[in-house]
Structure formats: C-alpha cells, structure tokens
Design a protein around this ligand. Sequence first.
Ligand SMILES: Nc1ncnc2c1ncn2[C@@H]1O[C@H](COP(=O)(O)OP(=O)(O)OP(=O)(O)O)[C@@H](O)[C@H]1O
Length: 314
Amino acid sequence: MTRDDHRIEVSHLTKRFGSVTAIRDLSFTVEPGVVTGFLGPNGAGKTTTMRVLTGLVSPTSGTATIGGRRYRQLPRPSGTVGAVFDAATFHPGHTARDHLGVYAAMGGYPRSRVTELLEALALTDAADRRTRGFSTGMRQRLSLATALLGDPRVLLLDEPSNGLDPYGVAWLRTLLRRLAAEGRTVLVSSHVLSEVGQLADDVVVIRGGELVAAGPWARLAGPAAVLVRSPDAEALAVILASAVRATGAGGSRVEPVGVDQLRVPGLAAPVIADLAATHGIRIHELVTEHASLEQLFFHLTPDQGTTRREAGAR
Ligand SMILES: Nc1ncnc2c1ncn2[C@@H]1O[C@H](COP(=O)(O)OP(=O)(O)OP(=O)(O)O)[C@@H](O)[C@H]1O
C-alpha cells in the first residue's frame, strides 16, 4: 500500500441543496501522515464535504475521493475510512462493550478488537456501563472507538473536540498525532480554533463553500514579526526602518516595545542580525512571532454576517 492509496482528493466539488449552495467548486488534498484541520465559520460547508467523502451525500458536480476512489468504490469502505460525525447517538440501554460488539459483528471484525479499543480509548472502566449515563467526553471516545474498529487508514472527524474539557482535548491531541504518525490520513473539522492550533499540522480553510487557503499553517501564517532586544534599540530602529521600507512593505513600521525592544515586521531574524552586525550594534534577543491560527482565520475569513451565509446568499 502506498501513500497515494489513502490521500484525500476533493476536486471541483459543488453541492447544492435546492437554492442553497453549500460547496462551490472546492478543491484540496489531504496527505497521510499528518493531522489536517478543516476550518471554516459556521455554515462554511465542512460537514457537507465530509458527508460527500463518506458517500452520505451525492455531489452536484465534481469528485471527492480517497486513494483515487469514491467511497462507494472502495473495496472495504468501513475498513478504509473511519468517520465520526457530530452528535453520535448510541442505544441508551447498551453498554460501551455491547455497542462496539454490534458494530464489530456488522463489520466482520474479531471480538478481540472490542477489548483492544476499549483499552486504547481509555474506556475499560466504563465498558459495562449503559451509554445513557455517559458524559460528552465518554461519548466522543466511544464514537472514535467505533470509527477505529476496522483499523482504517483514513479518519474523518467532524468537530471531535466538541464538549471536551482541556484534559480531553490534550488526550485527543496525543491520540490523533499517534494515529497520523502511523501513516494515517487524519482530517479534523472544527471552528474552535485554539484547539485546532494544538491538533493540526496542516489546515484547509473554507468559507461560503469555497477554498480560502490550504497548507501547513505555520507557512500560511508566515513570520508576522520579529521582536528584537538591543541596548542600542534607538540606533537599530533607524537602520531597520530603512530596510523595511526597502522591502516595499509600505504599511509596515518598526515599533518600539518597551525601553530596549523593537517589533519589526517584514524582515526575517537572520536579516536583522546581519544588519545589526554590519553596523556594530549588539543584539540581546531575537524572537520570531508567528500569527496565531485565530489571527490567520480572521484575516482569511472576515465575517460576512451569519444570516447571509446561512441563507446561502452571496
Ligand atoms: N441537508 C441540507 N439541506 C439544506 N441545506 C443544507 C443541508 N445540509 C447543509 N445545508 C446548508 O449548507 C451550508 C453548509 O452547511 P454545513 O453543515 O456543511 O457547514 P459547516 O461548515 O459544517 O457548519 P458548522 O460549523 O455550523 O457545522 C449551510 O448553509 C447549511 O444550512
């Protein structure tokens, strides 16, 4: 099996529900081996895209494939793709073990998988309790355990951190990173940005059903600015201001931050260090500030009004 066998490819995908265009000519790829965050404001089209990927919704046009095949064309769909959608429901009278047992039987997976997954998802102590008393975190774990029954190479998780406390989010992060490190393709949707920042290496950002940005989020965010500490900050500010102007970054200014510190946009740390050395100016500290995922999100998807979006107006 090669990496190509479980790459997700969404190509010119459009989905209309009556007069509402949920997805419009959307194209992106999701690579195995990393956790990819699928970001967008409410109503952006994340769930619809994931539903098309799992064959639950038919596209109006375009394709969404896994390893080059549509979900229904996969030889073992549930063994290839594990999906968790928001608001998973369980039979309230079933225990966690019953629930996994039913799905293991339906998928033709050995009973030993149930015990393995109860352990891997820290559910062993709750295995024989009825799901009606489960907390949100336990429900999320049980949904994930169900999705992992067939040892899928591709995981599609819609808002998996919903309702998790900070311990739950930390646990989820460790689990997803481990699953990705094993070579799986992991796509995680969310609008809770601080959590995706901790969970994902790559991001796909959509708005109004269209692609806004895709790639490693650190690259998308770019170096926002460098903080420079120097006992000769005033002299350095003059030199750096002229270098910033020379880059053509018209709106960017070197700003003093405290007594001996400057915030320098538009110049990389090595350039600043070299300039200081050329002019014999001492540097005590250089720190590159990256934009947070939240800043990136607001920059890429300025609010256009929820009502307008939900109505599908453009
Ligand atoms: N079955 C449906 N019938 C009609 N419209 C739908 C249907 N499913 C989704 N939509 C609409 O498609 C758009 C995209 O919805 P979707 O649920 O995919 O967005 P989302 O990014 O997952 O949002 P959220 O973060 O709020 O879950 C919305 O305008 C939504 O109202």
